[in-house]
Design a protein around this ligand. Structure first.
Ligand code: NAP
Ligand code: G4F
Length: 366
């Protein structure tokens, strides 16, 4: 049973709304693989992001003590975190600052380190290629170094998860893509992720670190940032159906993505760190849809069969180099982790449209 409701969180400078999906209660995956998690400690970078929130909830539900890294001197998402996941201890720091990570490690003393922090918006990465390389690429090196130095100083073994991405496949060399597919990134973000991916493998091979990479395909939820195409569409569809917006402007609607539900995908992250041996895993649904099909489902959810009058094209949303087709083969994750996605694409889109309808009604006082 999936239940979603929108929450509004006010801060002094802005009002942030978030779909509260904390009521989402998964059937536990891989019970037989569960180690004794009594007060195990986890440290998450990217705690304020979509995946950080779901992962923190998952780990808290398993009895972990969870620490999250938050950047900035007055991050507007602090209040959101304190409301949605009050049991998480927030530590300040930045992936570009190794000393801040070391300080956070000395407090968190984690058994498991999930490196989810990144500049994650592909389009933005062309405009801010250097910054993206620093955070999304070099940030991984800093995270790995923080773990290595912490272990050297304390003797504590720390398992490490790196949030790798299907964007690394770029100009895809096989269909579907699996762990052996040649990487051919098409964006500064993709290049930075390839660096982080191989650095994670290198630390595993060089230092014997329990370091695993999840090569995750696109995953979405009501918590997805509104800059990404799924949430941009579901939010606009909700607003159009409520008479709050006339049209939706997009770029390349022929691109195809393998879209899953973020709540399912964070389970795979956790499972990777419960294995005796570290490894790399593709996580995907195995099904791909174009943005046209996304539009079909999203508009149908509010009773609109023909979306063409509502959708415009603008060159500004086209990318210098596009990833045309992504579809993943997650057989290894199924076989070794016992992981499979549960939420199907139509259900995911309906869930997001419904959450956006609730949120937009609340904002508009309808
Ligand atoms: P997201 O919602 O964009 O969250 C990114 C997180 O990174 C935010 O918490 C952000 O903090 C943090 N961050 C940004 N710059 C930072 C810095 N300099 N130091 C520390 N933290 C920083 O991303 P997501 O969708 O949850 O994805 C999580 C991870 O998985 C990312 O690494 C992403 O690249 C990767 N990934 C995502 C997908 C997907 O489809 N969602 C697929 C494959 C891989 P602020 O809130 O302060 O900005
Ligand atoms: O939703 P998107 O911005 O996601 P994209 O580029 O696939 O990246 C996401 O998934 C990656 C995994 O493969 C992650 F690593 C990454 O961090 C991020 O989470 O765009 C999806 C597709 C693209 O082909 C884009 O060109 O939608 C197309 N699109 C068309 N019009 C648009 C728009 N994308 C956005 N964001 N906005 C548009 O108006």
């Amino acid at each position: 049973m999936l239940r979603f409701s929108a929450q509004r969180v006010s801060s002094s400078s802005s009002t942030v709304t978030v779909a509260d999906v904390s009521a989402w209660s998964p059937e536990p995956f891989g019970r037989e693989q569960e180690r004794n998690t009594t007060m195990k400690r986890a440290f998450i970078t990217g705690i304020t992001g979509q995946d950080g929130l779901y992962l923190a909830e998952l780990l808290l539900s398993k009895g972990y003590k969870v620490f999250g890294l938050m950047r900035g001197q007055n991050n507007p998402k602090r209040e959101l975190l304190e409301r949605v996941i009050p049991d998480v201890e927030i530590l300040t720091g930045d992936l570009t600052d190794l000393s801040s990570l070391m300080r956070a490690m000395s407090v968190a003393k984690p058994d498991e380190f999930y490196n989810l922090g990144a500049i994650s918006f592909v389009a933005y990465s062309w405009e801010n290629a250097h910054l993206t390389s620093e955070v999304t690429g070099m940030g991984v090196l800093n995270a790995l170094e923080a773990v290595r130095l912490h272990t050297a100083a304390t003797g504590q073994q720390v398992r490490f998860y790196q949030a790798s991405s299907s964007e690394m496949f770029g100009k895809v060399q096989t269909v579907p893509q699996n762990e052996d597919t040649l990487l051919w990134p098409r964006s500064p973000y993709g290049v930075a992720k390839v660096y982080g991916h191989y650095m994670t493998i290198n630390y595993r091979e060089s230092y014997g670190m329990h370091a695993s990479s999840g090569v995750l395909f696109n995953h979405e939820s009501p918590r997805r940032g509104p800059e990404f195409v799924t949430r941009k569409v579901t939010r606009a569809v909700a607003r159009i159906s409520l008479g709050l917006q006339d049209t939706l402007t997009l770029g390349n609607i022929d691109a195809q993505r393998d879209w899953g539900f973020a709540g399912d995908y964070v389970e795979a992250m956790w499972l990777m760190l419960q294995q005796d041996e570290p490894d790399d895993y593709v996580i995907s649904t195995g099904e791909t849809q174009s943005i046209r099909v996304l539009l079909d489902h999203a508009f149908a959810a509010v009773g609109i069969d023909d979306w063409t009058p509502y959708v415009d094209f603008d060159e500004q949303f086209m990318r210098p180099a596009e990833v045309d087709l992504l579809v993943g083969d997650a057989s290894k994750a199924k076989e070794k982790l016992g992981w499979e996605p549960r939420v199907k694409f139509p259900e995911l889109v309906s869930m997001m449209v419904e959450a956006d309808l609730r949120e937009q009604k609340e904002i508009a006082g309808l």
